[in-house]
Write a protein that binds this ligand. Structure first.
Ligand code: HTL
Ligand code: MG
Length: 446
């Protein structure tokens, strides 16, 4: 079979302008071919996989509706942006992703004008897109500035700092929440529970629309119902939290129905003020083994797509992560004060066994490195022995907490830094190359 027989539409798309030339009813087929091509290339190169499978339709719809790259799309973290790379001039380079001289694992401004912002660490997209929205307005330009953020990444404090600002100034921007109910591991936290409640209350809102029609002919009853609703709204009505922050909340909508995505985006594209579109997707969508186990397929080595499992890494020596995980369990057995903290990296930091054996002393705080460090400081104040298990690169985000909340107060917090040094395939955003220099300054307090 020739390439064009396999991917008749995708072959004709080198840039989003080619996509935009197609009639909308061909988009489901584009999405099908894109997902198949993504599976084909990632199975050769390895890399981030299940997140990209979940954003196929969203990527097609965004590039179809918006005038990229003039309208900037800011992908949060960027591990879900492989379909975006395929549609923006890098289709043939996909097999080189994450290799020396190949294309980057994450969006990178030097690599393509379609990569509006360099990413790798999470929760930056709303700030960056807001900055672009403000700059565009000051320059008298009419760009649509879009942030696409996952339900895991929106747990990071920066996302709320940005929404706090955007809602206040009424900036013209769109935040798309890609809600798949997963971080790398299952997502955690009160916000995650809230989002689940918003999705499940869809039924409530359609019932409400129906009753409105009946009640509107009886004004007094309707007024009473409206007041009662205001009361109840805070608990169950969709969108309340984001509306309270000044956003026009729309959704939730099905993130795998490309035609609905396109028509919704067309409708909301020119709304003024900050808009929040809640899109529900499935991590691993369309490739059965990844649908069943999105965590295992989050980042993969090269694999055979016909097999329903991944090749096992044949390691003779235990890894740092394994040694650390065992050490933590051993120490916890001897000291009840020992606590284990991870900002959303349970598997990567070797905390799976600890989380099962000591659930009351285990804290996955979501993607919140700053909070993880200051939380440990607070625990240490009352004599506990917190261990913050964290990747070197992500500790960078909590540098002030390290100095101000731990070091200056001379608190007993143990930091277990994973992935120190060069990390290779993930590239510069994930390399743990600054820890020795930035931690060396603490000697003055020791
Ligand atoms: N902490 C910070 C500040 N940034 C990153 N990137 C991580 C940790 C590690 N990380 C990822 S992807 C990811 C984490 C925690 C999960 C993101 O969940 P989200 O996206 O819901 O936003 P989804 O995978 O599509 O569900 C990487 O380093 C790639
Ligand atoms: Mg997610």
């Amino acid at each position: 079979m020739t390439v064009s027989e396999k991917y008749p539409l995708l072959d004709s798309i080198n840039f989003p302008a080619d996509l935009r030339a197609l009639p909308a009813d061909q988009l489901p087929q584009v999405a099908e071919e894109l997902r198949r091509y993504l599976t084909h290339t990632v199975s050769q190169s390895g890399g981030h996989f299940s997140a990209g499978l979940g954003t196929v339709e969203l990527t097609v719809a965004l590039h179809y509706v918006f005038n990229t790259p003039y309208d900037p799309l800011v992908w949060d973290v960027g591990h879900q942006a492989y379909p975006h790379k395929i549609l923006t001039g890098r289709k043939d380079k996909m097999p080189t992703i994450r290799t020396l001289n190949g294309i980057c694992a994450f969006p990178n401004r030097e690599e393509s004008e379609y990569d509006a912002f360099g990413v790798g660490h999470s929760s930056t997209s709303i700030s960056a897109a807001l900055g672009m929205a403000i700059a565009s307005q000051l320059k008298g330009e009419k760009r649509h500035c879009v942030a696409i953020i996952g339900d895991g990444s929106i747990t990071g404090g920066m996302a709320f700092e940005a929404m706090n600002h955007a809602g206040d100034i009424g900036a013209n921007m769109l935040v798309v929440l890609n809600d798949n109910d997963m971080s790398i591991s299952p997502n955690v936290g009160a916000l995650n529970k809230y989002l689940t409640k918003v999705i499940s209350s869809r039924l409530y809102s359609s019932v409400r629309e129906e009753s409105k029609k009946v009640l509107s002919v009886m004004p007094n009853v309707w007024e009473l119902a409206r007041r009662t609703e205001e009361h109840v709204k805070g608990m169950i009505a969709p969108g309340t939290l984001f509306e309270e922050l000044g956003f026009n909340y729309i959704g939730p909508i099905d993130g795998h129905d490309v035609e609905t995505l396109v028509s919704t985006l067309e409708n909301i594209k020119d709304l003024s003020g900050p808009v929040f579109l809640h899109v529900v997707t499935q991590k691993g969508k369309g490739y059965e083994p990844a649908e069943k186990d999105p965590l295992a397929y989050h980042g993969v080595p090269a694999f055979d797509p016909k097999q329903d499992s991944l090749p096992k890494a044949a390691s003779v020596h235990p890894t740092y992560t394994q040694v650390f995980g065992k050490w933590l369990c051993d120490m916890a057995a001897t000291d009840e004060r020992l606590l284990g903290i991870t900002p959303a990296m349970r598997e990567g930091s070797g905390l799976v066994e600890f989380s099962k054996r000591y659930p009351a002393r285990y804290f996955d705080v979501a993607i919140a490195e700053q909070h993880a460090v200051t939380l440990a400081a607070g625990q240490a104040c009352l004599g506990m022995k917190p261990v913050v298990a964290i990747y070197s690169t992500f500790l960078q985000r909590a540098y002030d907490q390290l100095i101000h909340d731990v070091a200056i107060q001379n608190l007993d917090v143990l930091f277990a830094l994973d992935r120190a040094g060069l990390v290779g395939p993930d590239g510069p955003t994930h390399a743990g190359v600054f820890d020795i220099s930035f931690c060396a300054v603490f000697r003055i307090w020791c």
